[in-house]
Design a protein around this ligand. Structure first.
Ligand code: TXA
Ligand code: MG
Length: 349
């Protein structure tokens, strides 16, 4: 399959170009497109055959449900059975934006979108390109992250093509995603809303807006518990080489990281290190570093995270050590992805 390539401006996308991509979506084809979080792999969310092709292209297990993306709040009503008050409050505060809300679904939503669940995740993205594309397609768009299942999500069109060129019909390129980690997923079908995946809307923001939020047990790291968000049970975001996450505060985390890196180098291993700007000049010679940003700038770290995890695709390293950061704010989403990428190989300083 030939993958068509469209380029648009992030803030003022050419309507003619977006119209061509929207036409492909209307025909049941697969089109990758940018959002403010990561690139999504879109298909007409009400067309079962089109949605089935998403699972094939990504190699995604069919019980892992997809998020439906809408371009206007009015489109929500037809997709859900009920809009709880908590959800209304969240929509007012954070839509459009990086927040996916789980509702009881309406009958119009195909089983293949929800993985057979009675609920559906809906998101109104902030990205102008995403919203205009969805509006031109005239239908809700089912879109997981546009990566091969298990790999780090793509935050630019090049990363989409590395994984999916020849497997999808088109990609719309509007440059780098601003946030860099996926949307927050919150389940509003429970009496107290339950955080299923931390993301761009932080736990602190949710607490402030709602007063109380439950945390899915999986977020505390007890990953053997049955997850409520089916996507959380799979290994995810993983680079090609095994990764070990070193957690703790500075400077303990630095000391432990240096000890582990040195031991691996002594064993003759090729060693990668995902590190902060603070640590950059402290690594032993021979380490292959990737600096994700300064520790205090968590927005920068989130925006670089998947580039960092994909960086080692091109180096044949035997092991990667990653420096953990604080879980405050967006740090919770960053640490959640690093823990999953490490397959929970974690050491604490
Ligand atoms: O930022 C994002 O959310 C990106 C962009 C493209 O919008 N999309 C994305 O989709 O990350 P995906 O499929 O890679 O992750 C969706 C997550 C999965 O963990 C899935 O299990 C969960 O949302 N999810 C979707 N529908 C759900 C539902 N009805 N109940 C519980 N979890 C759900
Ligand atoms: Mg994903």
């Amino acid at each position: 399959m030939h993958t068509e390539y469209f380029v648009v401006d992030k803030d003022h996308p050419d309507q003619g170009v977006l119209g061509q991509a929207a036409e492909l979506l209307k025909q049941g084809k697969l089109v990758a497109f940018p959002t403010e979080t990561v690139y999504g792999l879109g298909a007409n969310g009400l067309d079962e055959k089109a949605v089935a092709n998403i699972y094939v292209a990504k190699g995604r297990p069919s019980d892992n449900p997809l998020i439906l993306h809408i371009s206007h709040i009015e489109e929500l009503k037809q997709l859900v059975a009920h809009i709880p008050n908590n959800a209304k409050v969240l929509m007012n505060a954070y839509w459009p934006g990086p927040l996916t809300i789980v509702f009881r679904r309406a009958a119009i939503v195909p089983d293949i979108v929800t993985g057979g669940l009675e609920t559906v995740g809906i998101r109104l993205p902030d990205s102008v390109v995403a919203r205009e594309l969805i509006a031109l397609a005239g239908t809700p768009i089912a879109a997981p992250s546009a990566n091969i299942s298990g790999r780090p999500s793509p935050t630019n069109a090049q990363a989409v093509l590395v994984d999916l060129e020849g497997k999808i019909d088109a990609v719309v390129d509007a440059g780098n995603c601003q946030i860099g980690v996926e949307s927050t997923v919150i389940d509003c079908t429970t009496p107290v809303p339950t955080l299923l995946r931390p993301g761009g809307v932080t736990l602190e923001m949710l607490m402030e807006t709602l007063g109380e939020v439950e945390m899915d047990p999986i977020l505390s790291g007890s990953f053997e518990l049955a997850p409520r968000s089916p996507g959380m049970k799979y290994t995810h975001y993983a680079p090609d080489a095994p990764m070990v996450l070193v957690e703790g505060e500075y400077p303990q985390v630095l000391e432990l990281l240096l000890k582990e890196v040195s031991a691996a180098l002594t064993e003759g291993k090729r060693v990668g290190a995902l590190i902060s700007g603070q640590t950059a000049d402290k690594l032993p010679v021979g380490t292959i570093p990737f600096v994700y940003g300064m520790r205090e700038n968590v927005e920068e770290i989130a925006a670089n995270l998947y580039l960092a995890l994909r960086n080692y695709d091109d180096h044949s390293v035997d092991v990667i050590f990653a420096e953990g950061i604080s879980e405050e704010g967006l740090g919770l989403a960053v640490m959640n992805r690093l823990r999953k990428a490490s397959g929970y190989r974690i050491i604490k300083g």
